[in-house]
Design a protein around this ligand. Structure first.
Ligand SMILES: N[C@@H](CCC(=O)N[C@@H](CS)C(=O)NCC(=O)O)C(=O)O
Length: 198
């Protein structure tokens, strides 16, 4: 497996996932800031020219959450996903999808100070609803599925961690702060997040 990566990018999330799994892979550094992502060779793999990108034999997986979900299923013995077809899978999918489809676009709009848009037809609604969603979805249990740490924590917890660090999420409540601290306390998180990068 090849993991196209840069240490200051969303690929840190998939790097963390690979570190949690502790599986063999080749790390290919793509300096997207100096145009490495725009070469014909890389665009033939991912036409978005973006990282993270995972290549597993003849399978190309893009999008951070999709890569984390794919890897969890690819290595079921590592226990980072609830069984396919189980009811827990519904909750798991929700936590995998809400960061990229709803929360991140809202934070991006907010940081760009875009306020004039139709909130009832835009998928992420408005900040008030997103903050209520974060507060409601953040677990009081150790992880989103209770005692079992899964790829959903990498994706959802990873976004909350990033949002707190960047100030996207100002004044997080006690529950969110405690969950982010649990995330940061994981061995694989520490191993994959070099403090010098941030
Ligand atoms: N939705 C994508 C976003 C990936 C993304 O935007 N990656 C940035 C780095 S953080 C990138 O590769 N930018 C280079 C470019 O757009 O040319 C994901 O979650 O994987």
């Amino acid at each position: 497996m090849k993991h196209y990566f840069h240490p200051i990018s969303r690929a840190v999330t998939t790097h963390w996932m690979l570190t949690e799994l502790d599986v063999d892979h080749e790390q290919v550094e793509v300096d997207f800031r100096s145009g490495d992502g725009r070469t014909a060779e890389f665009l033939s793999i991912n036409p978005m020219g973006k990282i993270p990108t995972l290549v597993d034999g003849d399978v190309v997986v893009t999008e951070s959450a999709a890569i984390c979900a794919y890897l969890a299923d690819r290595f079921p013995e590592k226990g980072l996903a609830p069984p396919a077809g189980s009811r827990e899978r519904g909750k798991y999918y929700r936590y995998l999808f809400v960061p990229g489809t709803t929360l991140e676009p809202m934070f991006t709009f907010d940081s760009l100070k875009i306020v004039d848009y139709p909130a009832n037809s835009v998928g992420f609604g408005d900040m008030e609803r997103c903050l209520a969603t974060i507060e409601s979805m953040t677990p009081e249990t150790a992880w989103v599925l209770g005692d079992q740490f899964t790829a959903a924590d990498v994706v959802f917890g990873g976004l909350l961690d990033f949002a707190v660090q960047t100030g996207w999420l100002q004044s997080p409540g006690a529950k969110v702060s405690a969950y982010v601290q649990r995330i940061k306390g994981r061995h694989a998180y520490k191993k994959s997040h070099d403090p010098a990068w941030r």
